[in-house]
Write a protein that binds this ligand. Structure first.
Ligand SMILES: *[C@@H]1O[C@H](CO)[C@@H](O)[C@H](O)[C@H]1NC(C)=O
Ligand SMILES: *[C@@H]1O[C@H](CO)[C@@H](O)[C@H](O)[C@H]1NC(C)=O
Ligand SMILES: *[C@@H]1O[C@H](CO)[C@@H](O)[C@H](O)[C@H]1NC(C)=O
Length: 319
């Protein structure tokens, strides 16, 4: 019995933590409502009904249009937004249009515009007031430049409006010996190097000043994985994690940034000398020959692992 109540408290704490994350997420509006940030041509769709229901009318708060509507109310009609850069998406708002409402929907994300990974579950509106905007926090955070919305259960016509919340990935530069990831602090309120690390938690930021945080990620160390894409290309992946520590409800948000670099195998990685800051150390030449097939779900697995670590961390603290 005592065990059970502890579990309930843990669950509540976890829920509180998730909600705090959701509130934090709402500070990161990507700007779909702002034409100067996301232009009309960044919105596309599988089809649309009329000029008044063209894809860009999916902006919430657009008073000129009627929301995006598909030509027919059938399955697999989608609205797509090209954000022009990879974003880590932490939440969405989906609303109906003038001619119809969305009761449930699926999301898909892509970094290259051709391979789309579905978000882990179908999201269902809980609000009975059809025109009320409803925020849905996402977790694990999907990553992509292209976001697709598939309305599933609808009322009347297949029409929808969309808003997205999230943050851009860091600026990634692939050098022959290191992956450089640079965070511009202005993009992430409250971000500081403390609490940020790579998959290997001993690997921390290499530099921080008033405006930037810099990671030099070794190719053969710190949890970096090597993935053979095909005969010509090899990919190195790691993840930068910002973990909020401490028990209880935190009003800061955990963040995960997947880092990927593709290299042409004919240009031998590691042979070309480049200038590096003196603080960085030479990567050991350990033989990382575990070649794995393309793992697009790598960041999802990373998230599961970090979730497991945080839950077990809480458990250790409580017992
Ligand atoms: C993490 O990195 C540190 C420093 O590079 C290294 O000493 C340690 O063995 C690594 N841990 C794991 C689990 O790879
Ligand atoms: C902070 O570091 C970045 C590189 O990470 C550099 O471009 C920028 O000029 C630095 N700013 C200051 C104020 O030193
Ligand atoms: C190998 O993969 C890269 C990157 O995904 C792609 O651009 C290239 O066309 C592929 N090459 C072959 C031979 O399949």
């Amino acid at each position: 019995m005592r065990q059970l109540s502890w579990l309930v408290i843990l669950e509540l704490l976890f829920l509180g933590w998730r909600c705090a994350g959701g509130q934090q997420c709402q500070k990161f509006n990507i700007g779909l409502n702002d034409r100067s940030k996301i232009s009309d041509d960044q919105f596309t769709a599988s089809s649309f009904l009329s000029p008044e229901t063209a894809p860009f009318h999916a902006r919430i708060g657009d008073t000129e249009g009627e929301g995006w509507c598909a030509q027919e109310s059938r399955n697999n009609e989608y609205l797509q937004v090209d954000l022009r850069n990879d974003y880590v998406v932490c939440g969405v708002i989906v609303q109906g249009g003038i001619h119809g409402n969305v009761d449930s929907f699926d999301l898909e994300f892509s970094t290259d515009g051709s391979f789309f990974s579905p978000y882990s579950k179908t999201l269902v509106r809980v609000n009975q007031l059809e025109e009320e905007a409803e925020f849905h926090p996402l977790g694990p955070y999907p990553v992509g430049r292209y976001v697709r919305l598939y309305p599933r259960k609808i009322r009347n016509f297949l029409c929808a409006r969309l808003d997205l919340y999230g943050f851009p990935g860091p600026k990634v530069t692939c050098t022959p010996q290191y992956i450089i990831a640079e965070f511009k602090k202005a993009h992430y309120p409250g971000l500081e190097a403390e609490g940020m690390h790579l998959k290997n938690t001993s690997c921390l930021a290499d530099d921080e000043n008033a405006t930037h945080i810099l990671f030099n990620i070794p190719l053969r160390n710190c949890g970096t994985e090597r993935i053979l894409l095909n005969d010509s290309y090899i990919q190195y992946t790691n993840e930068i994690i910002r973990r909020i520590t401490g028990v209880g409800i935190s009003y800061k948000m955990d963040m995960f940034f997947p880092i990927n670099c593709k290299y042409d195998r004919r240009e031998t990685v590691g042979d070309i000398r480049i200038e590096l800051p003196a603080t960085t150390t030479e990567a050991p030449t350990s033989d990382a020959t575990t070649l794995k097939p393309l793992q697009r779900k790598i960041s999802f697995i990373g998230w599961l692992v970090t979730l497991w670590i945080s839950v077990s961390g809480l458990l250790t603290l409580w017992y």
